[in-house]
Design a protein around this ligand. Structure first.
Ligand SMILES: C[S@@+](CC[C@H](N)C(=O)[O-])C[C@H]1O[C@@H](n2cnc3c(N)ncnc32)[C@H](O)[C@@H]1O
Length: 532
């Protein structure tokens, strides 16, 4: 990046820059968004600590180079019929992961704004009719992490979810359940105290403090922030070579400390997920906390604490920060971290994440508690191709079962799995292992492990059509089915036909940056199906 000479009025504080950028872009830009640009070397920071400025012209130049260009690029690749309104790019990440939507990671969820758009009662140039109204019942036969259920509740619509993965139904029900916040607060506090006591006679806390001190000194020397990332961006440093060199340079410090504090790294017997992916000390803590949770009496408190523990242990797997989503090999020593541009370390204790996530979860369930409507949502575990809805509901909530039987279901809002894309059980292997939930991988429709060959596609078509046929038994007349899919293989016309439905409309939407790494242009279609 070339330094330029600026007009005096060109310098803005981070706060002023966020106000200016919000106006310029017509969307909410926060000071942390600006700080992100500075930290990642996209724009310069001027002035000293506590007195930081950025340049307005530099910021404008950055936005010009990016905004607009993205829409142009997407339409070039995916066609002019792309409906940019459905990109929801005016929403910040905090909004797309609002309240309970961020209680637990889940690969493959859609954003709440997309659900809202289709199930609420507004119309616009693209959505010319209202599909569902207050008091209706909708169903999501591929419920995943429960996004549809939560938004249905906010909008005063009853909803049923179904998922084949027990853990996914568990996440969904945790999101939608009501809690005695005082009880959750009390129990998390007690468990945190016991965990701290458990750690007080272990060597890991002191080992980690020492290791962090050493790392701080080392990283400040060799990876000063944000200068280092700036240099990498400008290709003044060969990041891979430099990172490897420094990783090697730090290793003796790490080994010395491991010996000094008698730290046990990985278990020798590594058959199951927990033994393979957790350092010995971490696994002991996980088992200690889970032992405490198991003894709780209030079942909703117990469930939400299990969810917090699951979120915690997901963050504590012995992997590099950039491989959190796709585990490669367990890591047992310090390493050069591409994501943070410095030497990082694996975790030796769950305490920090446990405390962070308990606080965050309690805030999120309290926030959602303020928005709840008095409607019913529930997620069932089962195979949507054959589940008997009424029988299952009767076991759990007789009153709701009667309502469903009498009023019937008004339609579907769902994103089915796609052919050979994700293994929905495997992504939460740690939770299945810890909680001993039963896995039913073989009943997943279109899992990654079955590939994308002809046989996989045929069985996918049969599977989704069978689900729609099964759901149809419970539908009211004039139902609406809305399915979100990136139908790369053009399978949905055949699926609709087999299910005795017709596609009456297709909404094509851009999907912006699904993950940090994935900046490619990608779109999906919301198929609107009705009875033939
Ligand atoms: C794309 S995800 C849904 C994500 C969801 N919309 C969300 O926001 O979290 C598809 C889901 O379908 C589930 N699934 C796959 N086969 C199924 C089956 N036979 N019956 C019910 N659910 C199934 C998977 O477990 C997965 O959670």
């Amino acid at each position: 990046m070339q330094l330029q000479l600026f007009e005096p009025g060109d310098f803005l504080t981070l706060k002023e820059a966020s106000v200016w950028a919000s106006e310029y872009l017509g969307k909410n830009v926060t000071t942390s968004n600006i700080a992100y640009l500075v930290n990642y070397g996209r724009i310069h920071k001027y002035g000293e600590n506590g007195d930081a400025y950025v340049s307005k012209s530099e910021l404008e130049k950055y936005y010009q180079s990016f905004n607009g260009r993205r829409e142009h690029h997407f339409k070039n690749k995916l066609g002019e019929d792309l409906n940019w309104t459905l990109s929801f790019d005016q929403y910040t990440e905090a909004e797309t992961t609002k309240h309970v939507h961020r209680l637990h990671p889940y690969k493959g969820k859609f954003i709440p704004q997309l659900v809202e758009y289709f199930i609420d009662n507004h119309t616009d140039d693209f959505k010319r009719e209202i599909f569902f109204k207050d008091g209706d019942i909708i169903i999501d036969p591929f419920c995943g992490s429960g996004t549809t259920l939560v938004q249905a509740n906010e909008l005063g619509i009853n909803a049923i979810g179904i998922d084949i993965s027990y853990f996914n139904s568990f996440i969904s029900n945790c999101k939608i359940d009501e809690y005695d916040i005082e009880d959750v607060l009390k129990e998390t506090k007690l468990i945190t105290l016991s965990l701290k006591k458990f750690l007080s006679n272990k060597s890991t806390p002191e080992f980690e403090t020492k290791l962090l001190q050493e790392l701080n000194i080392f990283n400040n020397k060799y990876f000063p922030s944000p200068e280092f990332k700036g240099k990498v961006n400008r290709r003044e440093i060969d990041e891979v070579k430099y990172g490897k060199e420094k990783e090697k340079l730090f290793l003796p410090f790490f080994k010395k400390l491991v010996k000094e504090y008698d730290i046990e790294l990985l278990k020798s017997n590594r058959d199951n997920f927990l033994d393979k992916w957790y350092l010995k000390h971490v696994k002991d803590e996980i088992e200690f906390v889970y032992g405490k949770i198991k003894r709780l009496r209030n079942s909703n408190t117990k469930n939400i604490l299990k969810l917090i523990l699951s979120r915690t242990i997901r963050s504590c797997r012995a992997t590099t920060h950039s491989d959190l989503a796709t585990l490669l090999e367990p890591i047992t020593s310090t390493y050069y971290c591409h994501k943070h541009g410095k030497i990082c370390k694996p975790l030796f204790s769950i305490l920090k994440w446990w405390e962070t996530y308990t606080k965050d979860t309690i805030e999120r369930i309290a926030e959602f508690g303020q928005l709840r409507t008095d409607t019913k949502q529930i997620c069932l575990t089962g195979d949507s191709r054959e589940i008997n809805l009424i029988d299952e509901l009767i076991n759990l909530d007789k009153k709701f079962a009667t309502l469903v039987k009498k009023q019937k279901i008004n339609g579907v809002f769902s994103s089915p799995p796609y052919v050979g894309l994700i293994d929905y059980h495997e992504q939460h292997a740690y939770a299945y292992d810890l909680f001993k939930f039963k896995r039913r991988d073989e009943l997943e429709i279109g899992p990654l492990y079955k590939g994308r060959g002809k046989e996989a596609k045929d069985s996918y078509v049969e599977g989704i059509a069978k689900v729609l046929l099964n759901m149809k038994k419970y539908f009211a007349e004039d139902y609406n089915v809305l399915l979100v899919a990136n139908d790369k293989f053009n399978l949905y016309p055949l699926i609709s036909e087999k299910a005795g439905m017709k596609i009456v409309h297709q909404f094509k939407r851009p999907v912006l940056n699904r993950t940090e790494k994935d900046k490619g242009a990608y779109s999906e279609i919301i198929f609107h199906l009705k009875d033939c």
